[in-house]
Design a protein around this ligand. Structure first.
Ligand SMILES: [Zn+2]
Length: 374
């Protein structure tokens, strides 16, 4: 059947709008917009009736059999979307839609009857049309993977749903005091600047309240539903660093891949812990203690943390004495609680009371593959 006859047959059976008519023949000339194609084909069929002096039998205009005039509401959706987007800073977007099931199955039956060979499905045509116009008006990019904002149109309910991609900020920080919730300070500043609804802080290992760091601890913060995406990280860094309890460094924009990478990295952490006792140690006494402590090297220690059992591995352990102080230099795989280690295993081996004077996190080290399961 030639094209004109096919179009004629369709138009005699149903009223369908120009968009829906045009997209049945989308792939013949994809460059011409569907609405335009539909208009041309409809006019052409009218011409051929007149040319053949036939009675015009095409169905009268009414509600489109296929889309129920959904395509006529594109201006309305576009306006709604633009209103909603005003609150957000973004570079890229993608349009999605919830086409009613009833319309999808109706379209499938229509194809069975009238052919499917050149057509574009309602959903992709609808999404593309809105996307095309939104791009033209906003000058933003359409991005199929990880757009800043995913816009979902529900034509049945006349609703627009915005799914805002999180913003990831990475950096590293030094914690300079035993007190002060430094993590919260970074988080709160970034939440405020981005007008995010909430944030999640990710880092490696565990940094307990009474531990200070002499190294920079890497982190990635996920900011959910951010309204701002250009935060001015240089200024934020200066602002946070006014606090004496913390120093942040290398703030930059990041992504989910980097976060996944960080979560999967196998890391060890080194600590320097200073314990203070009531009395000085005698030479022999220290020798004895040193021997006991060093026996923990290359062993796993059992720890109960947050109701979970962990078995971090002690890679390295050195002990020094200085007056009433004992200085323990220990390296362990992450998941290790230095406090629980000192108050548990170490106290038991020494058999004496002590005060924890200071714990310094010295550095993190990526484990080499041959170290992983030893
Ligand atoms: Zn239609």
């Amino acid at each position: 059947m030639d094209l004109a006859e096919r179009v004629k047959e369709i138009l005699e059976k149903y009223y369908i709008c120009d968009e829906c008519l045009g997209r049945q023949f989308h792939n013949i000339i994809p460059k011409i917009r569907n609405r335009e194609k539909g208009r041309i084909l409809r006019t052409f069929v009218l011409f051929s009736y007149l040319h053949n002096k036939e009675e015009v039998k095409i169905k009268k205009e009414g509600e489109c059999y296929l889309c129920k005039n959904m395509f006529n509401k594109i201006d309305f959706y576009l306006n709604e979307i633009k209103k909603r987007l005003k609150d957000y800073e973004y570079n890229s977007f993608l349009i999605g839609s919830k086409i009613p099931k009833e319309l999808i199955s109706r379209e499938e039956e229509f194809w069975d009857e009238n052919g499917v060979d050149f057509c574009e499905a309602m959903k992709s045509s609808f999404n593309r049309e809105i996307g095309y116009r939104l791009r033209k008006e906003t000058k933003k990019k359409i991005k199929f993977e990880n757009p800043d904002i995913m816009i979902v149109v529900d034509p049945e309910k006349n609703e627009i749903d915005l799914q805002i991609s999180p913003l990831y900020i990475k950096g590293s920080y030094k914690k300079k005091t035993k007190k002060g919730k430094v993590q919260k300070l970074i988080e709160n500043t970034l939440v405020k600047k981005s007008s995010a609804s909430e944030s999640i802080f990710y880092s490696i290992g565990r940094l307990e309240q009474n531990v200070i760091t002499s190294c920079y601890r890497p982190f990635i913060i996920m900011l959910k539903n951010p309204k701002k995406r250009k935060l001015g990280l240089k200024k934020i860094k200066q602002e946070i660093n006014k606090s004496k309890s913390i120093s942040v460094s290398n703030l930059s924009y990041s992504n989910k891949d980097s976060l996944d990478e960080m979560k999967n990295e196998k890391i060890t952490a080194s600590y320097l812990a200073t314990l203070e006792f009531n009395k000085k140690f005698g030479k022999e006494e220290f020798k004895e203690i040193r021997k006991k402590l060093i026996s923990l090297r290359n062993k796993r220690v059992l720890q109960f943390l947050k109701k979970k059992t962990r078995k971090p591995y002690i890679r390295r352990l050195k002990v020094k004495v200085s007056g009433r102080k004992l200085i323990i230099d220990v390296e362990s795989t992450v998941g290790f609680s230095i406090n629980s280690f000192l108050k548990g295993k170490i106290k038991k081996l020494i058999g004496k009371d002590f005060k924890i004077k200071e714990i310094i996190l010295k550095n993190y080290r990526k484990m080499k593959s041959h170290e992983m399961y030893s």
